[in-house]
Design a protein around this ligand. Structure first.
Ligand code: B12
Ligand code: SF4
Ligand code: SF4
Length: 230
């Protein structure tokens, strides 16, 4: 039987900056239809991975570097999890399902509200990658919220990692809530329709771009602990 550490070592070799394992039982509070078992009934363990997001695009005068970096890193994480599934299936007699960030099947058109096949923020939280902050983003102690998430579902039992328990949001901090131009976040949830209407835009030529990341940018913990020394 493959060891948890072997799986994580392979993930790092393929470019993961963070990885952790959550036994499938940790997802028992997931909403109906969004448990890893609903996607893959044989699932026993979930491996969550993350790749770092560059800091520079947050300081550019145009939204385009950020938007393109977002697309690139999402694609890289998608490639990473697919390659990892192939390597794991070759190394052991197991079955590994890559979980994409998007697309997804659930779509509430009037409210423009979508739901991932699996919430990658919850997968990352349950696998010890970080905590979910008031801006609703998964925030890692070292890399802050500058991380892009992915996951794979495995039909083998792996030793789970400890969940992170560091407190990140000061009780009176509301910087992300106040910085949202669309008033889309309240410290607990996101109004998707408001966020999408504001953040998803197009260049004059018509290409789709993301033009807002304020809730991510203004967070004092957004760059992680390294930020203090840069
Ligand atoms: C749909 C989506 C959006 C929507 C909704 C965002 C949201 N907070 O849900 C919109 C378009 C608004 C959006 C915006 C952004 N997004 Co987005 N988005 C997604 C996507 C594709 C699905 C998330 C989802 O299913 N939301 C649906 C709602 C209902 O889920 P929820 O509120 O988290 O869950 C509630 C319940 O359903 C329940 N729940 C759900 N699952 C589970 C599981 C367990 C075990 C438990 C206990 C509970 C539980 O708990 C919650 C509280 O009620 C994910 C990728 C993925 N597959 O996860 C990326 C993702 C969340 N987005 C990401 C990013 C970066 C962004 C933006 C910063 C992009 C930008 N503009 O620059 C903004 C940030 C806005 C914000 N503050 O959230 C990253 C987050 C990285 C991180 N560090 O956390 C993700 C993970 C993509 C990735 N692969 O990295 N996004
Ligand atoms: S991305 Fe922009 S519009 Fe969306 S929740 Fe964050 S600050 Fe608000
Ligand atoms: S800005 Fe403040 S409240 Fe918002 S996520 Fe960061 S620390 Fe938490």
């Amino acid at each position: 039987m493959i060891a948890s550490q072997t799986v994580k070592d392979l993930a790092r070799q393929l470019g993961a900056d963070l990885c952790g394992v959550a036994p499938a039982s940790r997802f028992d509070q997931a909403p109906k239809g969004f448990h890893p078992r609903d996607l893959f009934p044989q699932v026993r363990s979930v491996l969550a991975v993350a790749k770092r997001f560059p800091e520079g695009p947050f300081h550019a005068r145009s939204p385009i570097p950020y938007s393109v970096a977002n697309d690139m890193i999402l694609a890289e994480v998608g490639r990473l999890v697919c390659a990892l599934c192939v390597r794991l299936e070759g190394a052991d007699h197991l079955c590994a399902v890559p979980v994409p960030s998007e697309p997804y099947e659930y779509w509430d058109a009037p409210n423009r509200e979508g739901r991932g096949l699996l919430s990658l923020k919850h997968a990352g939280w349950l696998a010890g990658l970080g905590v979910i902050s008031k801006n609703t983003l998964l925030t890692n102690r070292e890399f802050g919220n500058r991380i892009c998430l992915g996951a794979i579902l495995l039909d083998v039992e792996l030793e789970g990692d400890a969940m992170a328990d560091y407190p990140l949001c000061a009780e009176d901090c509301r910087r992300c809530v106040d910085a949202c131009p669309a008033r889309a976040i309240d410290g607990l949830t996101v109004n998707q329709k408001r966020c999408r209407s504001h953040a998803q835009s197009r260049t004059a030529k018509g290409e789709p771009i993301c033009v807002c990341n304020n809730c991510r940018a203004v967070c004092p913990n957004g760059r992680g602990t390294l930020a203090a020394s840069v």
